[in-house]
Design a protein around this ligand. Structure first.
Ligand SMILES: [Zn+2]
Length: 231
């Protein structure tokens, strides 16, 4: 069983993921615990998820998914949401993407940066291409943000985050135990991706899926993280 993560020093947390809904697979339950304790949490999404609904034109899907994400954030006490315009399904390892993430880190100045699992294999299959890129670019951008000689054109002071967490990592080192209220908020936040899920009829219902995902051998409910502290 994984040890509980001591998050008492968390003040400002920045979550960086590829798509609307990526932060709602358990992670948002931990976010609810943190925001209720007064931690500032911001979300940075690298795309609008516009290629995510097969029957709908990306021009319609992008704004729709951004709105669903805003509602999902509100369920767990998050109002600070930024969506970038990188192309959904086609994220590339690039200096441009690293610079965009580093810019946001230097502006938001988090003590803790969190991204999601970017292993080759994840969630019972091969991980999605954007997830692999988003995680790796976030790790690199955390380092970039702290180096005053990189991305000098941003004209923003360097910022050093204290720690990096990878949510739902296959090689997790810690867990964040969540209470019943957080589980409910997490289910609610995932459910807000309503139109997206309507297009995926085989997707299990959030109310079934989230508690299953959080279940621990000792009966507790928790989110798993790989923790790099210091980075
Ligand atoms: Zn995704």
């Amino acid at each position: 069983m994984l040890p509980d993560l001591d998050w008492s020093a968390f003040r400002r947390v920045l979550i960086v993921v590829a798509h609307p809904d990526d932060a709602e697979y358990g992670l948002s339950c931990a976010v609810d615990m943190w925001t209720r304790a007064g931690v500032e949490v911001g979300y940075l999404l690298l795309t609008h998820g516009e290629a995510g609904i097969r029957h709908l034109d990306p021009a319609e899907t992008g704004p729709l998914r951004a709105e669903e994400q805003r509602q999902a954030c509100a369920c767990v006490g998050v109002t600070d949401l930024t969506l970038l315009d990188h192309p959904d399904g086609q994220l590339m390892d690039s200096l441009e993407l690293r610079r965009d993430i580093a810019r946001h880190i230097r502006q938001f100045r988090p003590d803790t940066v969190i991204t999601a699992n970017f292993d080759l294999e994840a969630y019972g299959s091969y991980n999605q291409a954007d997830h692999r890129v988003a995680g790796l670019m976030t790790v690199d951008a955390v380092r970039d943000a702290d180096n005053p000689w990189i991305h000098r054109d941003l004209d923003l002071p360097a910022h050093k985050a204290q720690r990096l967490l990878v949510a739902n990592a296959g090689d997790a080192t810690h867990r964040v135990t969540v209470d019943e209220k957080a589980v409910e908020a997490g289910i609610e936040s995932l459910s807000r991706h309503k139109v997206y899920f309507e297009a995926l009829p085989d997707h299990p219902a959030p109310a079934d899926f989230i508690p299953m995902m959080l279940e621990q051998p000792d009966g507790a409910q928790a989110v798993h993280f790989r923790v790099f502290d210091p980075i």
